[in-house]
Structure formats: C-alpha cells, structure tokens
Design a binder for this molecule. Structure first.
Ligand SMILES: C[S@@+](CC[C@H](N)C(=O)[O-])C[C@H]1O[C@@H](n2cnc3c(N)ncnc32)[C@H](O)[C@@H]1O
Length: 316
C-alpha cells in the first residue's frame, strides 16, 4: 500500500458513515458489482445471489429511504423487507468493499472506534458470519487461476485435486466452460501430476482461449448429440471424468454420455441442489449404475460441495 492509498483510506475513514455516505457507497458498489458480473460472463456465484437481493432491497426503496439520516434510521426503513442481520451484513459488505483491498490494521481490529457512525457495527467481522458456503466461490471476486476466473468453490477445488489424482482421468469432459478458467486449471493440474490428459470443454459460448490439452467446443446442450458425437467420444481414452455444469437439459446430457461411461469413470453434476429431480430420474432409468462417492461429497462436512450428493462413480 503506497502513501497515496493510505491517505485515501484515512480520508475515507474520516468521512462520517451516515446515510449520505452510504448512498454514495451503494451506488459505487452497485455499478462495480454489475461490471464484475459482466467479467464473469453474467454467470452468478452463490453469493452473487445474496448481493443481488441486497441491491434489489435498496433499489426498490431508493425513494423512501431517509438517506439524509443515520444508518440506524436507514435500517429501520427497510427492516420489514429483510432480517436485520441480513441488512447489517449487506451494508457491512458494501462498506468493506469501499475501504478497499489493503486495509489499515486499526480499522480491522477496532472499526467502531475509527468509523464515525451511528451504528454499532463491526463491519469487518460480521460479513463472514454463517455464510461460509455461499461465500466459498469468493466473497466478491471469483477465485482465479492465473488470468482467468473459475466458478469452483474452494471446497470443490480441493476435492477435485484429490479425486483427479486418484482417478488419473485420461479424458475430462466439462459441460459448461464458463470463462474457461476451470478447464485451464484442470489441464495444469494434470500436467503437474505428470498425467497425459485431454480436456474437452463445451459451452454455448466458447471461451476465446487456446491452451495445451484443452479443446473448447461450442454448442447447445439441448442438441449435445450433434456436437459431441458418439463416434468421436468413444475413441477417447479412459478413465473419464465427466462434469455437468451448464444446467440445461441435464437429464438429456447425462443420458447422452451414459452408454459411453465405463466402470470406474466419474460423473459429477455441479450446483445440483436444484437438479435432484433430473438426477433421480437419470439414476432410475440407468438402473442405478452409479453410486455417490460420500468420501468426497462429505469431505469438509455433509455435502460441503456444490455437487450435492452428485459425485458419482460408475459401478457397472
Ligand atoms: C456455471 S457456468 C460453468 C462454470 C465452469 N464449469 C467453472 O467451473 O468455472 C455455466 C455455463 O453454462 C453455459 N450454458 C448455459 N446454457 C447452455 C446451453 N444451452 N448449452 C451449453 N452451455 C450452456 C453458460 O454459458 C456458462 O458458461
């Protein structure tokens, strides 16, 4: 942190944190969030949904919030729309963001003494309360691998690296590339393990990245059979790791790959809390050929993964 940044932060702390300042922070935060969402190709993280709710709360009440007053009055004016804890936490997040990346030590350990505010709120600590999993893709910015972002949670990154070492997949198929960061990360990980592995990553908008051992394919999951043709897929070396992360035509996609998967291959369905119906149908229709690998699903506690009961090993 250079002297200039330190001075800026001192100046920010000296401003009284009242309604007028909160409005300024809210407006800056709101446009920064819209911008960062754009850099994610408009793919939201779990915590982006929480931020969206917070911003909606403020934007819907923008006219009726008494911005000229103190924070306590502002919270009271919106309190009937959300829990006090949730509102405090959201304000806390915006204020944290406003103070920036490099923060004065004193501001972290005794924020209430430094910030002139009507509200007794420990801005820099409350924000992590009870939301561990929803923040596990990153609190504001997404996790990054080299120059690209990826949408994995920190738990899933750790689970994948163990699973990939154990499985040593020769082929990894990712349905839903996002920015391409996860395919690049997987390619690097396999290279660091000294395992020759090809990554095929499929998306309706293919990332414009070229990378060793990664092939990005463009197409729509609704017509997956037209791009990911069986005749080509069946030549790809085993074992396979298949990852469904596009959330479109999930049942159709799983059915497309089912005959190609062999015993010992892994199938992972990400962000699967809302996909249980399709998963259930798929498992029934495929005669329960897959078992949940509970060792990985529960590695950090019960289903502390985005692949909720959906890290599968093909058994037969
Ligand atoms: C959650 S992101 C994938 C994230 C990536 N696997 C990662 O871990 O970083 C979901 C992706 O699905 C893609 N998608 C959405 N609809 C699709 C469709 N009909 N066919 C193919 N891909 C689609 C989106 O473009 C988006 O990139």
């Amino acid at each position: 942190m250079d002297t200039l940044d330190m001075n800026i932060q001192h100046e920010k702390v000296m401003e009284k944190l009242d309604g007028t300042m909160l409005r300024k922070i809210y407006e800056q935060f709101s446009s920064a969030w819209a911008q960062k969402l754009q850099t994610q190709g408009n793919v939201p993280t779990f915590y982006d949904h929480v931020i969206k709710d917070g911003l909606t709360l403020f934007s819907m009440n923008i006219e009726s919030i008494p911005w000229e007053k103190d924070l306590e009055d502002i919270i009271l004016s919106v309190e009937h729309f959300a829990s006090r804890q949730g509102i405090e936490m959201f304000i806390s997040q915006m204020v944290n963001w406003y103070y920036g990346r490099y923060v004065l030590y004193d501001l972290r350990v005794q924020p209430n003494e430094m910030i002139q505010s009507s509200l007794d709120i420990d801005f820099l600590k409350k924000s992590a309360r009870d939301t561990t999993f929803s923040m596990s893709q990153g609190y504001f910015d997404c996790l990054q691998w080299k120059d690209t972002i990826l949408f994995k949670t920190v738990y899933d990154l750790a689970i994948y690296q163990m699973l990939m070492w154990e499985l040593k997949p020769k082929t990894i198929i990712e349905i839903g590339s996002g920015t391409g960061g996860s395919a690049v990360w997987m390619a690097d990980l396999m290279a660091s393990y000294g395992i020759e592995s090809k990554i095929i990553s499929f998306d309706i908008i293919a990332p414009k990245i070229r990378y060793d051992n990664v092939t990005f394919l463009q197409g729509d999951c609704n017509h997956i059979d037209q791009i990911m043709k069986v005749a080509i897929l069946e030549k790809m070396p085993k074992p396979w790791l298949l990852i469904e992360d596009a959330h479109v035509n999930v049942y159709g996609v799983l059915q497309h790959f089912h005959p190609l998967l062999q015993e010992g291959d892994y199938l992972i369905v990400e962000d699967s809390e809302n996909k249980q119906k399709e998963i259930n149908r798929f498992l029934k229709d495929t005669n329960k050929s897959y078992l949940v690998d509970a060792q990985y699903c529960d590695f950090f506690g019960h289903n502390m993964t985005c692949s909720y009961d959906s890290i599968f090993r093909k058994m037969k």
